[in-house]
Design a protein around this ligand. Structure first.
Ligand SMILES: NC(=O)c1ccc[n+]([C@@H]2O[C@H](COP(=O)([O-])OP(=O)(O)OC[C@H]3O[C@@H](n4cnc5c(N)ncnc54)[C@H](OP(=O)(O)O)[C@@H]3O)[C@@H](O)[C@H]2O)c1
Length: 260
């Protein structure tokens, strides 16, 4: 059995589908079991359980270190044999996104086989543009000319499924990106083509006030790094694990972006 935490979220829900499609028995962890539709092969739980392998995902924010440590402690107590942690790019090497650094360290010290996944910015983050697109407003662009290797969250889930179910991933840190560097104006142009509409962007230099107070320091530092070109990174890790090119932003938008 494979345990998936964060199972109702972007990556976790895609991962549950990927594992079930491979014929795996899956236990999905959620604080609210009513959120998950019953499916053959799927068990829903509110507690960490013994598993052949567990996918550990903490929701973004300053609570990540505490949730990571609690999940890992409970997983080891329950007898989980292998762990795959969803982290984030540039963690902790660039001294940024230190929310994930304690969890990465705890996984490395856990005595269990581990794999760490460090994705870059998700294609699905652009779903936050829906209200502006519907209202015909320009998309605020805090990244300026900064470009990133936007990754399809379905590829992150597919890599997680490989790391959870196949050999050869112990002690590996995979930095997961899409196939090309894109800035916000380029993403907006591709999305506009896919949707058959016009989407404009407006440059907005990042400031603390753009972010909720509890994440403002980290979010501002990250935004400034991206804006300065510091996250202009494309890797071959998705292809290395999946044996195929990563999906493009355009393909994700065509399959998954719903304006409604
Ligand atoms: N977005 C990006 O561009 C990006 C890039 C790199 C890395 N990341 C990392 O990706 C992770 C987020 O992944 P995601 O976007 O798939 O998540 P998401 O869609 O925001 O979903 C979060 C999940 O966490 C669960 N959750 C919420 N609060 C919780 C709590 N207090 N304790 C335990 N579980 C809780 C939720 O489950 P229930 O509500 O059902 O319990 C939900 O399934 C973060 O760690 C972030 O740093 C994101």
């Amino acid at each position: 059995m494979i345990l998936v935490t964060g199972a109702t979220g972007t990556i976790g829900s895609a991962l549950v589908g990927e594992l079930l499609a491979r014929g795996e028995e899956v236990t999905a962890l959620t604080r609210d079991p009513a959120k998950i539709e019953p499916r053959p092969g799927l068990t829903v739980t509110t507690e960490i359980r013994k598993a052949r392998a567990a996918f550990l995902l903490a929701p973004a924010g300053p609570a990540i270190p505490g949730i990571d440590r609690a999940f890992l402690r409970q997983a080891i107590e329950a007898g989980v044999e292998r762990v795959v942690k969803l982290s984030a790019i540039a963690t902790p090497d660039a001294g940024l996104n230190t929310w994930h650094a304690p969890g990465e360290e705890a996984i490395r010290d856990s005595g269990r086989p581990w794999t760490i996944l460090r994705p870059t910015t998700f294609a699905s983050n652009t779903l936050a543009w829906r209200d502006d697109i519907r209202a015909g407003r320009p998309i605020p662009n805090i990244s300026g000319a900064g470009r990133q290797g936007v990754v399809d969250p379905r590829d992150v889930a597919a890599v997680a499924a490989e790391a959870l179910t196949t050999a050869g991933h112990d002690g590996q840190v995979y930095t997961l990106t899409g196939p090309e560097l894109l800035g916000v104006p380029e993403q907006a142009a591709q999305l506009a083509e896919v949707l058959g509409t016009t989407i404009t962007t407006v440059d907005v230099p990042p400031a603390r006030e753009h972010f909720p107070p509890e994440i403002a320091d980290m979010a501002l530092a990250g935004a400034l790094l991206v804006r300065a070109g510091g996250n202009a990174i494309v890797t071959a890790d998705v292809e290395k694990v999946l044996g195929r090119r990563p999906g493009s932003y355009r393909a994700w938008a065509a399959d998954c972006f719903r304006a409604g």
